[in-house]
Design a protein around this ligand. Structure first.
Ligand code: UFG
Length: 366
């Protein structure tokens, strides 16, 4: 159970209201209408935080806020603003009053698109980060959580990878923005700013909320595996292309560490708790967020079919350019220091994703 570790902190924050810490419990989530952002909003609200979402809706829908409200019974504040616009960001901060922390999700995230439009990626992902960090300093925040990715490890020398594994050259402008962002945060914190930072390196987030009120909303043809699997199972796509079965892995397909999105969201609550309660030991801390288990593409497809009873036709295709053969994480530091552990079994995650896909069909979305 997730709360077995966090419960202490959670109960502690109930018994000792945030006012006693003389701090706000309001959190800004940039990209809060996105896949990971929306699930994190739910968990933060469930944990007693007030959430303010900044989202430009470039890759998400305003209706996500309704889904969050249906799950939690509470509507987060929402600003349709682009974090590359510093004036808008500052105006929203001024309006909202004391804020404890920021979780900065907002970013462009399609690896292939980043190769076609590198400047868009560098501009969106880096200028928004700099604006948000300046705001964190100017408005006296306690903590800043940054969404990074296991992409910073490239093709690791060995798995599971821990946080000390070498950073490898990025294989796309998108991956480069994550590496550069980590450097920018490190350099800025080195100047002695008033807030701490936690960098969360996600492995492969998948799934949907068990209520099927929120989930992933890929635009156009999905690039990531599970949304493509779901759409194939629904008959929207004819068949899944499995990119390569000649890798040096037990079944020849690539291996990843698929982490349930609700589990992932809960890790953000633990990270924020740590900073706003003044428990960070380092000015900047890094955590891998994964399950610690490697799962191949074919295993994932077969487990999906078992979990849902729905067939997923697939064909083996050539390797996809830029794919890493195998990577999975060592989440030991997050387990021991943050008190967080992935809990949701893969089958349940896949069933949740399918329930969400079915809900989209019922709503006529796809
Ligand atoms: N895959 C297929 N068919 C598909 C889609 C994917 O076989 O239609 C395979 C890929 O080749 C890969 C695996 O499924 O082996 C996972 O692919 P995803 O696109 O779902 O995920 P990636 O691991 O490539 O990338 C994800 C995120 C990135 C992030 C990266 C970190 O999309 O944002 O993990 O490694 F940077």
């Amino acid at each position: 159970m997730f709360l077995c570790f966090r419960k202490k902190a959670y109960l502690c924050s109930i018994e000792t209201p945030y006012n006693n810490y003389n701090m706000a419990n309001k959190i800004v989530l940039t990209g809060g209408c996105g896949f990971i952002g929306s699930h994190t909003c739910v968990e933060l609200q469930n944990a007693g935080y007030d959430v303010v979402i900044f989202d430009n809706l470039s890759n998400s829908e305003a209706s996500v806020v309704d889904g969050i409200e249906r799950i939690t019974g509470k509507r987060p504040a929402f600003y349709q603003i682009d974090c590359t616009n510093k004036g808008d960001v500052y105006q929203a901060f001024q309006k909202e009053g004391p804020i404890a922390g920021v979780i900065h999700f907002a970013a462009s995230k399609a690896v292939g698109e980043s190769v076609q439009k590198p400047l868009l990626y560098y501009r969106n992902n880096l200028s928004s980060l700099m604006n948000m960090m300046e705001a964190a300093e100017d408005f006296h925040l306690k903590g800043f959580v940054f969404s990074s990715s296991c992409t910073v490890y490239g093709e690791p020398d060995q798995s599971p990878v821990d946080e000390n594994a070498p950073i490898k050259p990025a294989t796309s402008p998108y991956g480069n923005t994550k590496q550069i962002a980590e450097e920018i945060i490190k350099d800025y914190l080195h100047t002695g700013v008033g807030f701490n930072a936690i960098i969360l390196r996600y492995f492969n987030p998948i799934g949907a909320h068990p209520t099927a009120e929120i989930g992933e909303l890929p635009r156009g043809v999905p690039q990531n595996l599970l949304p493509y699997v779901c759409q194939t199972a629904m008959g929207i796509r004819k068949e899944l292309n499995v990119f390569g079965n000649d890798y040096n892995t037990p079944d020849g397909s690539c291996i990843r560490d698929y982490i349930d999105v609700t589990d992932l969201a809960k890790a953000h609550v633990c990270a924020l708790d740590r900073m706003v309660q003044g428990k960070s030991e380092e000015k900047i801390e890094y955590y891998n967020l994964g399950t610690g288990n490697g799962v191949s593409v074919l295993e994932l497809v077969n487990t999906f079919m078992e979990a849902t009873g729905v067939n997923v036709p697939y064909v083996i295709k050539g390797r996809r350019e830029g794919d890493i053969e195998k990577i999975w994480g060592n989440p030991g530091r997050a387990n021991t220091v943050l008190g967080w552990k992935a809990q949701v079994p893969l089958k349940e995650t896949l069933a949740n994703a399918w329930r969400w896909q079915t809900r989209l069909r019922e709503k006529g979305v796809m």
